[in-house]
Design a protein around this ligand. Sequence first.
Ligand code: SF4
Length: 694
Amino acid sequence: VKEIGKPERAVITTCAYCGVGCTFRAEMRGQQLVRMVPWKDGKANRGHSCVKGRFAWGYAHHADRITRPMIREAITDPWREVSWDEAIRFTAARLTAIKDRHGARALGGITSSRCTNEETFLVQKLVRGGFGSNNVDTCARVCHSPTGYGLAKTFGTSAGTQDFDSVEHTDVVLIIGANPTDGHPVFASRLKKRLRQGARLIVIDPRRIDMVRSPHVQADYHLPLQPGTNVAILTAMAHVIVTEGLADEAFVRERCDWDEYQDWARFVSDPRHSPEILEAVTRVPAADLRGAARLFAQGPNSAIYYGLGVTEHSQGSSTVLAIANLAMATGNIGRPGVGVNPLRGQNNVQGACDMGSFPHELAGYRHISDAGTRSLFEAEWGTPIDPEPGLRIPNMLDAAVEGTFKALYIQGEDILQSDPNTHHVAAGLAAMDCVIVHDLFLNETANYAHVFLPGSTFLEKTGTFTNAERRVQMVRRVMDPANGYEDWEVTQLLAKAMGLGWSYTHASQIMDEIARLTPSFAGISHARLEAEGGLQWPVNDAAPQGSPVMHVDGFVRGKGKFVVTEYIPTDERTGPRYPLLLTTGRILSQYNVGAQTRRTANAVWHEEDLLEIHPLDAENRGLKSGDWVRLASRAGETTLRALVTDRVAPGVVYTTFHHPDTQANVVTTENSDWATNCPEYKVTAVQVSASNGP
Ligand code: SF4
């Protein structure tokens, strides 16, 4: 503060890191951010924050920011800085030529969970209305797409059921595949507060996360399952609940499809699904599992919180279905203190999904094949919409390698680093005729780009983010964009150059269009958010003040749907060549691939990715903490340092994925969720051996 001087003005805005959605007062001096102060009236954070939101904003002013557009004919050519006008003309001409030659389905786009709802909505509108295909996808493909599938199928809509305040009424917290202390720190503090007040805790995680045992919190049960066995463990819990008469059949009869419940109950009751039989698969002691199941069923208010340890598996969607089954069977839906709560990773992953970023859905999770919904959008946009679902990200890359997919507009995502099987991503990108990267920094994906369009940070734009509790909150421009444009304006420039008659002059007009086209957003406008603060969708005539808790009187789909989920082992097996199972996660001070957190002037941000390995496995390999190790799978290999710890069980190793030097995704495989293609980041068979370093 001394160096920069005293602030002259302040603007209230929303954090751009995780799905908690903390509100901050951005204190400014001229065009320089002086400090971020957590705002006491923030509905999601109530004056609290974590280190990332509070301190990791230096990237906004970092010298690495690219602020002028660049183009090149071929990816082997050097970049050429050009005017915005030339860059947009070059890009539009290339896209149009590809569309004329190869057809609309040869083009696609990727929306960003780091961008606002308004920006995301415009990218999918450009793809659908301008490119003419439904080849639009989002980074949720690699994180919460199974949540979208599973919760839509069972409850009728793809979102968490509760607000954060709900935890104050919870008696039993079940955390599965999430590490709130590192991933969602402000909400973790609220969880811990409730646990200190006497709520009970069950943690299902292969690793002993902080919540299992921290200074004031001790889990009643930690079930350290074998990576890849989520469905087996949830089935075993359901077995105990049904066979011991602990299900809430009155709730199920009233709220759910009774016939489907009976089918499901028969399935889970089968003796082959008992904890004692499945212990051989999950490696969780049957007595612990029985105890945890009884505790959960007896609540009386039991809430489930989960993260990417649930979704990033070949059975990710099945696990989400199994979680929903468990909540319905025990009557834990539709009131404060209960529910199914995905802890969303990125700040606006909920919003990106809400805004129609999937190839089969228009905004508000309405299927593209529905002629009535399509005609609504066609009338508003004045362009036809392809009735066929488009390609997902992995399918776009496959089609590029096969020669049928030619152009990709990527807003705010570094797919080369964040998507699985890096070599395959590179091959797909290299095969395209036009890759457009719209981002803050020249990221790894930009090595394969023909156009680089400079992006704007959350401090340089106005719009909205939607947090993990469906709360739509204002993001306010606190400084001028370093590149001259907010991201939605760049998308509009491109749309206009491709002949579309867009004429937005403010992001609020985009939100008005979203509200006209999306029933769950019907009552949302910037004016209302400014006057009242964040609102939780659905906000419409049926819920004018929003919906903190969903499915109160009935499920969105009508009757809750039980789906039988058979445990199917992952193809990723250990063997003599790859004897250990790798799983991955985050640390508090870093964020995803570190594009922002690594560009901040504080030593804490430069912690390296480490490989956690159990003392027995380390001893077998002659390793000690700090040693360099080679981590290899059938997909690739990398080098990093070891951390010997009993946080992980024997046979399991763990690392984070924040540093480009490590590139953990070189090791992960092409395995993916059966329903959504979400990559199986959380289980990879690996070999670990001593190394001399990179
Ligand atoms: Fe930002 Fe999440 Fe930290 Fe809040 S908890 S300050 S939203 S990163």
